[in-house]
Structure formats: structure tokens, C-alpha cells
Design a protein around this ligand. Structure first.
Ligand SMILES: [Zn+2]
Length: 342
């Protein structure tokens, strides 16, 4: 038996042709995002309100007024484009467990010895990933990081998010609400199963960063994880593109919480100059300290220091390293024309 399901747009009544993967069906005639798919019936697909376009624009000009980098240049800034869209984001609650085995040196009674340590862990994480995979977007990446940060995961993901992110079931998206903003809904490209795999990968990285100590030698890292619950949230992301001195840059905003997510801005000349000064200092430090090595007085001094010799050498080598790194990193910054501010 063949079941033919006829679906009509909630806004204009035009016929829609759903595929089994669809969660949102954007009407080809009027653009209204029709909620579809059984996923949302179970209460796992949500959207959040966005502030209007003019509020984002107000935030943008307020920021430009406050930013010292743009003193005297504000008249030259021209907003060329504003983009807003609902980005699908997967939120998962993950139970993670495992252990870390590592080797460290310990000093006891003046003797050094190697000790093998074993730390077991069991954690709960809130993990947020993008539901898009075709286009890498640095602003979306930063949004997921900002959203998963600072929460202590409770029993339920919805409860956990609720104080800061007001979730509304997707089926509550009425024509009136949509007409107000007319924000485009971007397709979900990562299925629930694919999303689970990405979420577990990210959880494993999180466990590593929390539990693998910086010192010592890592012998083993074991990770197990389980996605206990997962919801999909359509989240508003705005970008304001502006031109200044022949370049185009942008500032991205969290349209729900009214926060700046990321700014791509020109590397102003005074920043380049301060990088140049830092690079010159780095070169000077390297020059000064490497001169020690060729100086016989220095070696005599080291020899006479006896027990302190190792300390003096370590100091000189660290200074050299510091100078070298300062020169290298500042030199690199100097040549950047674009700067990312998170
Ligand atoms: Zn329609």
C-alpha cells in the first residue's frame, strides 16, 4: 500500500513535498517554515525569539562608538549588509566516564622517583554542536561554544537552558510570529544519529581537557560516553557587514541574548606598530642572551656558581626562548590585516 501524504503550507496553502529527513519545510512560494517530521512531536525541536533587526543595528553602532580602535573613523564606517537566520543547533546531555593514566616525577626525602597515577572520572556534559555541515562558519562555531559554556547540567536539558534561553516548541511558531521577523530557517543537515557521533567526539575532547594533567607523561586515556537526551533548537544568528577603508568586515550577534559573538575587524595601524615594537624587543632579548654563550667570562661565572650553574643556564635558555617566541608571534601578528575578536 502506498500512502500519499499531502502537506500544505500553513501560511499560504501551497502543496509541499517533504522528504523523510525534513524537520523544517520552507514553503517555496511564501518562505514560511512549516514544522514537519515526527521529531518535533516528541517535544525535541524548539526555537527561540530573536530581537528585531533594528535592535541588532543599534547594538552595532553602540559598539562602534565605544571601540577605541575606531576613534576618528566612525564617519567612514558603512553598513553594507545585514544577515539573519535561524541556525539549527543540537544540544545534548552526555554522561561520560573513563580514566586517565599518567606518569609523573615526585620528590620524596630528596629523591626523585616516578609515580604512576590513575584517575577515574564520571561527568555530565552539556554539548552544543551545529546542525549544519556543508558550510563552515566561524560565527556558528563560536555561538555553540558560548552556549554550552557556563551551565551546570541538570536532569533535563530544557530546564538547564531555560534561565538564559527561553525555548518554545517549534509547533508554536505561528504565521504572526514569523511575519514579524521573516528570518530564514536553515536546513538541518546533520541527522540525529550523525549528531550523536559528533557530540561524543566533542565530549571526549572535553574530558581530555578536564582530566589529562599538563605535567607528566600520558600513558592511557580511556573514554566512554552516552548521549542521554538530545534536542534541536533553531537559534537566531545575525551578522552586520560593514565597509571601512576598502575592506569588508563583520560583527556577529546572538539574536536571542543580544550578545556579540565574534567580530572580524581590520588590524589597525597602531596595533601593527605595537606588534612591531614587541617583535624588536624579542630580537633584542635573543641577541643579548645569546651573546652570553660566546663570552668566556660568562662561562667562568657559571663554573664558579657551582650548584647555581644549572639555574643560571636555565634562566638564560628560558630568556632566549621567550625572546624568540615574542619575536616570532609579534612578527606574525604584524602581517595580519584582519583580526578576530571573540
Ligand atoms: Zn507558503
Amino acid at each position: 500500500m502506498v500512502i500519499i501524504q499531502v502537506l500544505k503550507c500553513k501560511n499560504c496553502g501551497a502543496p509541499l513535498e517533504p522528504t523523510p529527513e525534513d524537520i523544517i519545510l520552507v514553503c517555496p512560494y511564501c518562505g514560511f517554515p512549516n514544522a514537519y517530521d515526527e521529531l518535533f512531536e516528541k517535544g525535541n525541536v524548539y526555537f527561540v525569539d530573536s530581537v528585531p533587526k533594528k535592535e541588532i543595528l543599534r547594538l552595532f553602532w553602540e559598539r562602534m562608538r565605544k571601540d577605541k580602535d575606531f576613534v576618528g573613523l566612525r564617519g567612514k564606517i558603512q553598513v553594507v549588509k545585514m544577515e539573519g537566520a535561524y541556525i539549527p543547533l543540537w544540544f545534548a546531555k552526555v554522561r561520560a566516564w573513563g580514566y586517565v593514566k599518567y606518569e609523573i616525577y615526585e620528590k620524596k626525602d630528596g629523591k626523585k622517583r616516578t609515580v604512576i597515577k590513575l584517575n577515574e572520572f564520571e561527568d555530565n556534559y552539556l554539548v552544543c554542536i551545529s546542525g549544519r555541515k556543508s558550510v563552515y562558519d566561524i560565527a556558528v562555531e563560536e555561538l555553540t561554544k558560548k552556549l554550552q559554556k557556563g551551565y551546570i547540567i541538570l536532569q533535563d536539558i530544557r530546564e538547564t537552558l531555560n534561565p538564559k534561553v527561553k525555548l518554545q516548541p517549534l509547533k508554536n511558531l505561528s504565521v504572526e510570529v514569523w511575519e514579524n521577523l521573516k528570518l530564514e530557517f536553515l536546513n538541518v543537515e546533520l541527522s540525529r544519529e550523525e549528531a550523536e557521533r559528533v557530540v561524543l567526539d566533542k565530549s571526549s575532547d572535553m574530558a581530555k581537557s578536564f582530566h589529562v594533567p599538563e605535567e607528566g607523561k600520558l600513558l592511557a586515556f580511556n573514554f566512554g560516553g552516552e548521549v542521554e537526551d538530545m534536542i534541536l533548537i533553531f537559534y537566531p544568528l545575525w551578522k552586520v557587514y560593514y565597509d571601512i577603508e576598502g575592506g569588508t568586515y563583520f560583527v556577529a550577534y546572538d539574536g536571542h541574548r543580544k550578545r556579540e559573538i565574534l567580530a572580524l575587524e581590520p588590524n589597525r595601524i597602531w596595533r601593527k606598530i605595537s606588534s612591531l615594537i614587541a617583535a624588536v624587543c624579542g630580537v633584542a632579548i635573543v641577541g643579548l642572551f645569546s651573546a652570553f654563550f660566546g663570552n668566556p667570562y660568562f662561562w667562568r661565572f657559571v663554573a664558579e656558581a657551582k650548584k647555581g650553574a644549572a639555574l643560571i643556564l636555565a634562566f638564560v635558555i628560558s630568556a632566549l626562548y621567550f625572546g624568540f617566541e615574542l619575536a616570532r608571534l609579534s612578527g606574525r601578528k604584524m602581517s595580519w590585516d584582519v583580526r578576530v575578536e571573540k
